[in-house]
Design a protein around this ligand. Structure first.
Ligand SMILES: [Zn+2]
Ligand SMILES: [Zn+2]
Length: 330
């Protein structure tokens, strides 16, 4: 198959699809398979008091034995101590204080990874994220809240115990603002949500669909930056993750588990990053041109000189082939 350059309309970026670079490797050979289970005895989340973690903000389920807890990170990237906002500003140098929140979400069982949680337990994880998001977004100094999971040492997880992180920032980061610029441009031009248009087109074309249920659709994007990346969208137009209904989050939990299981099985259990992409938490911002989603990125290659120098990713697997391999029955 010949190489192609495809345009990612959400990010305004080109991706180079060049299947020949994969050589004779089969899908599961392009992923690393090193993820040793570290012993429970060394895990700081087995005894929170003893390991010096601050008490959780809250737990789910709210009564009885907990399965998911949200608590402050013991080693936060930023905190709420700064009183000033702008510390320094001149022609091209600007410094603002590292004000924000850095929280951890952990699930109870050391050995039960996210794909092995029940759908109800994943729903609890989403509910806990939504609850913490709403608490933190009430702080007027917070402009964006990032929620993500790193699964495996090759993608940045320093601890084995299944967990997610929630980082609230006093700025809107560039990946988010770039997407807002592109989706706003399309909204003004076509008078519709770019994400809704993409969802409609993917559901009609079917060839990149991985899974669908009543409220959620999962597909490999047309210009996927990484082999086998999957996006999961609420089908109805929804700007913010934090206002998603229980019905949508329940279907998202089902879809998320199915897609993770498929990636685990069909690709020989790669490490992965996942994050929730939602609109900024800026006061009063409505963002009618935005649509929240979850992105799962199985880890394969690292960015080298070409990617770093140009922003053009090289992907060795066409999205249609990736979706065909990962596809699940509803
Ligand atoms: Zn543990
Ligand atoms: Zn939409």
């Amino acid at each position: 198959m010949n190489s192609e350059l495809r345009f990612n309309a959400l990010r305004g970026e080109w991706v180079l699809f060049s299947p020949k670079r994969q050589g004779a490797k089969r899908p599961h050979d392009i992923f690393e398979k090193k993820r040793p289970v570290s012993p429970k005895s060394k895990c700081p989340f087995e005894n929170l008091e003893k390991s010096g973690n601050l008490p959780p903000y809250f737990q789910f389920p709210e009564s009885g034995s907990w399965k998911t807890a949200v608590m402050p990170n013991k080693f936060p990237g930023l905190d709420t101590s700064p009183k000033e906002h702008i510390l320094h500003s001149e022609k091209f140098h600007m410094t603002i204080a590292g004000y924000g929140y850095h929280d951890l979400l952990i699930t109870k069982d050391h050995e039960t990874r996210f794909s092995e949680l029940t759908e109800g337990e994943i729903f609890d994880v989403f509910q806990a994220l939504r609850k913490r998001y709403l608490q933190v977004s009430g702080d007027p100094k917070i402009d964006y809240i990032s929620m993500f999971q790193n699964w495996g040492p090759s993608v940045g997880a320093s601890l084995y115990h299944p967990h997610m992180q929630i980082i609230a920032l006093p700025v809107v980061p560039s990946h988010i603002s770039h997407e807002l610029v592109y989706s706003l441009r399309c909204y003004e031009k076509h008078k519709s949500c770019l994400y809704c248009d993409i969802i409609k087109s993917e559901r009609k074309g079917k060839k990149r669909i991985v899974f669908e249920n009543k409220h959620v659709v999962a597909f490999v994007p047309y210009a996927a930056q990484e082999p086998y990346e999957v996006l999961l969208f609420p089908k109805e137009h929804e700007v913010f993750f934090e206002t998603a209904s229980d019905a949508v989050l329940k279907d998202m939990a089902i879809a998320f588990k199915k897609v993770l299981k498929s990636i685990q099985k069909k690709l020989s259990d790669p490490d992965y990053n996942m994050y929730i992409h939602t609109a900024p938490a800026t006061d009063g911002g409505e963002y009618p041109y935005h649509h929240w989603y979850i992105r799962i990125l199985p880890k394969s290659n690292i960015d080298a000189g070409f990617e770093l120098g140009t922003g053009v990713q090289i992907n060795t697997v066409f999205p249609e082939d990736a979706a065909k391999l990962l596809r699940l029955q509803g």
